[in-house]
Design a protein. Structure first.
Length: 369
């Protein structure tokens, strides 16, 4: 396993997530440099901190520097030039994890598209620098070669998109087939490592991979499940994460669009998170689902890992997320199966249109008496 020095924000939740990202990309974090601010113009860090970082590098001798923020191309270039080290920002680290996790032909294409878009965003800046004379060539190439490289990326993206269109048509045929057979569709969504795969296994009796690493699910998995004596289909989708650029969401659109056609979308939330983490992750999930176009009426918020909290703590977090206002929610445990049967009842009610379109869509109190 390669080693890394991690630069991240001075917040425990962000540090834990950044270390988990590094672990998922097979990097052993030798040192964590915690900072209040990571968006300084030249390097992302102040010049003084760059000198501190050089000393840390000299002592720990890492293979890479992981910068837990989205770096601008110029900042990335400046850091690499100054430190003489490979620099991975948050985007490139997540792309490495995606590449490692991809297994299906479609997910591999989606990763290639995301990687090409990442390259494209940097190629544009490098073309600008080369033409202005601020950067003499690119990787030893001249301006003409840079333009050729830029056009090559565009051609590659067109080719990948055409293949994804074909894959999307195949998905559409499968959806139409399921609809003709009368199957109701349930989709699981949520922040990565919230417990989607564990709940999927609990509902289906499957034993899909589950571990502490992030993004164990990239391809959509669809299985049959019994909901009140009715056979339905349930799918597990890629997990969300904060600061995921729009182009990455777009690259996975053919997978995520399964959420659009679901009759019910169960949004799994790790309710054991502290308030700040809970708010951040909930916002990331809800914003992404809205961006995809998922209707809020279809969503059921499953507050997972609730066995770790008492009733008052759960209610405090429900209030924090404003779930009582107009959203359906239930506290569950995918591990102990707490309230899993009641979750099925809620799903069944939605299938049968028993929940009205008006004021009956409020929080579903399910605390055990």
């Amino acid at each position: 396993m390669n080693s890394a020095v991690l630069i991240t924000y001075d917040q425990d939740g962000m540090v834990d997530e950044a270390i988990a990202l590094c672990k998922s990309a097979d990097y052993n974090v030798k040192h964590v440099m915690r900072q209040e601010f990571l968006q300084k113009q030249t390097y992302g860090l102040s010049t003084g901190k760059i000198e501190d970082l050089k000393e840390i590098i000299s002592t720990t001798k890492p293979d890479v520097i992981v910068f837990d923020e989205i770096l601008k191309p110029r900042q990335h270039y400046n850091l690499a030039s100054e430190l003489k080290m490979e620099i991975l920002d948050r985007e490139s680290l997540i792309l490495q994890i995606f590449e490692k996790r991809s297994s299906s032909a479609e997910s591999k294409l989606q990763i290639k598209l995301a990687q090409a878009r990442y390259e494209m965003s940097r190629a544009k800046e490098k073309v600008k620098l080369a033409k202005k004379g601020e950067q003499p060539g690119f990787m030893g190439l001249g301006t003409f070669e840079v333009d050729v490289y830029y056009n090559e990326i565009k051609k590659r993206m067109i080719n990948i998109k055409s293949k994804l269109v074909k894959s999307g048509k195949q998905r559409k045929l499968h959806r139409q087939s399921r609809k003709r057979l009368g199957f109701k569709i349930i989709s699981l969504a949520g922040y990565t490592s919230a417990g989607k795969t564990t709940l999927f296994n609990t509902l289906t009796g499957e034993q899909n991979e589950k571990n502490d690493e992030l993004f164990t699910t990239l391809s959509t998995t669809i299985r049959r499940v019994m909901i009140k004596k009715e056979i339905a289909l349930i799918s597990d989708t890629v997990g969300f994460i904060s600061k995921l650029p729009a182009y990455m969401i777009e690259a996975f659109r053919s997978t995520l669009e399964e959420l659009l056609y679901a009759d019910v979308v169960i949004v799994i939330i790790d309710v054991s998170d502290n308030f700040d983490e809970l708010r951040k992750k909930f916002k990331s999930c809800y914003t992404t689902l809205n961006a995809i176009g998922v209707e809020s009426d279809k969503m059921v918020f499953a507050l997972n890992k609730s066995e770790l909290l008492d009733e008052e703590e759960i209610l405090d977090k429900v209030d924090l997320l404003e779930l009582n206002e107009d959203k359906k929610w239930i506290d569950i445990s995918a591990v102990t199966q707490k309230n899993v049967d009641k979750l099925k009842e809620i799903i069944s009610n939605i299938f049968q249109n028993d929940i009205s379109q008006n004021g009956d869509k409020v929080g579903v109190k399910t605390y055990e008496n």
